[in-house]
Design a protein around this ligand. Structure first.
Ligand code: FES
Length: 137
């Protein structure tokens, strides 16, 4: 993507009500990817039809999340929420990560357009499912 294309997208997202951090996360694809042989993994499709996948590397003794990546088929809200939640949980224990709610993701991003709040829910739910999978194995 050339610079002017990036600027155009930035401006459009700004007009739509996305914060600077959300725009940066979306454009820089922060933590987008997949961990090879993850300790925890889940793919979840939300009611909007968008899908998120989260993979985690977890230190078994301390139960600390060492690495977190996500991929999404979804909107800018899904991508900025995925980046935010994966940033938020690095260095946290499973128990701390489980307590993260939509509002925490929204606070971290410095706000999100009202009609995009459910996108943070997609990120939160996918994370919770991934952590649950880890706990039952
Ligand atoms: Fe579905 Fe944003 S519209 S996650």
């Amino acid at each position: 993507m050339d610079m002017s294309g990036k600027e155009d997208i930035k401006n459009l997202l700004k007009i739509s009500g996305y914060s600077d951090i959300a725009i940066e996360y979306f454009l820089e694809k922060v933590n987008v990817g997949k961990i090879d042989n993850p300790d925890a993994y889940f793919v979840h499709t939300g009611p909007c039809g968008d899908t998120m996948e989260i993979s985690l590397a977890i230190e078994p003794k301390s139960r600390v999340i060492k690495e977190a990546k996500f991929q999404a088929i979804g909107c800018a809200g899904a991508f900025s929420s995925g980046s935010a939640i994966t940033e938020m949980i690095k260095g946290k224990t499973i128990e701390q990560a489980e307590k993260i709610e939509e509002e925490d993701v929204i606070d971290w991003l410095g706000g999100i357009p009202g009609q995009k709040i459910h996108c943070t829910c997609l990120a939160k739910k996918t994370l919770k499912f991934a952590l649950n999978e880890y706990k039952v194995v």
